[in-house]
Design a protein around this ligand. Structure first.
Ligand SMILES: C[S@@+](CC[C@H](N)C(=O)[O-])C[C@H]1O[C@@H](n2cnc3c(N)ncnc32)[C@H](O)[C@@H]1O
Length: 235
């Protein structure tokens, strides 16, 4: 269907990518017809029936498996490379830019365990992901908004971290990388104030490179990594 003839809500939230249709593996599609399979068929992009109901992950992925979520997945290079390494897990990429989500959908077309959502990450984390559903979140090179007057646009806030904690399973991980040291320090400060998390410096060597990471590496930039792990509340 022509993109512009779709209802506005659907257009804002996700986009059908017919170009992936021929490459998409049929067995990875959800079997349950109630996930609007007619719209879903041939697209890795999740079509939402409602912006207030929590995602039905089993229907979306066609199976139950630990969920990894890449927030601001960009062109999907990292998401798809990681999903190929871990076929036993489900991978959800969330990205707000149309061009990037399309690139991600093209890459994901041959990977059975990836789904994509075009949306604001913070909204999806807070309102759409079921509580305790996520094993690992990735926030890799979030927009740094370096000018002080733009800091309020930064995604990591106390409220955002509380929503992350809510969506994480017990012992779940939140992995963050940035080349902006001041943003990194701010994130550490926000994390320290949240008793749901312990902090560690992860070894990033095991993970595939993201597109932005490749660029920053080429420029010789220092990359700062932080791993937050959700801890069980002390009783
Ligand atoms: C600097 S890029 C990094 C992309 C990718 N993670 C990588 O490392 O190659 C930041 C990405 O996050 C997306 N983004 C920024 N804020 C977002 C938000 N609130 N919700 C969804 N996507 C967002 C941007 O559109 C962009 O694609």
């Amino acid at each position: 269907m022509d993109l512009l003839r779709r209802p506005l809500l659907s257009f804002l939230l996700s986009v059908p990518v017919r170009e992936v249709e021929s490459a998409h593996r049929q067995e990875s599609l959800p079997r349950d017809e109630s996930v609007r399979s007619a719209d879903f068929r041939g697209s890795l992009l999740i079509e939402l029936d409602s912006v207030t109901d929590r995602l039905d992950l089993e229907k979306i992925f066609g199976r139950n498996a630990p969920l990894h979520v890449d927030l601001g997945c960009g062109d999907g290079s990292f998401l798809c490379a990681l999903a190929e390494r871990m076929p036993e897990k489900n991978f959800l990429g969330i990205e707000r830019l149309l061009g990037r989500i399309r690139s991600a959908a093209r890459k994901a077309a041959t990977v059975g365990n990836v789904r994509l959502l075009r949306m604001e990450s913070s909204y999806a984390v807070r309102y759409l992901l079921p509580a305790g559903s996520v094993e690992t979140f990735y926030l890799l090179f979030p927009d740094p908004w370096p000018k002080r007057r733009h800091w309020r646009r930064r995604i990591v806030t106390g409220e955002f971290l509380r929503a992350i904690s809510q969506a994480l399973a017990e012992n779940g991980r939140f992995l963050i990388a940035t080349d902006h040291f001041d943003y990194f320090e701010k994130i550490e400060e926000i994390a320290r104030a949240n008793p749901d998390f312990t902090m560690a410096s992860p070894r990033a060597g095991d993970l595939p490179l993201t597109k932005f990471q490749q660029q920053f590496r080429a420029q010789g930039a220092v990359i700062h990594w932080l791993e937050l792990r959700k801890v069980s509340p002390v009783r």
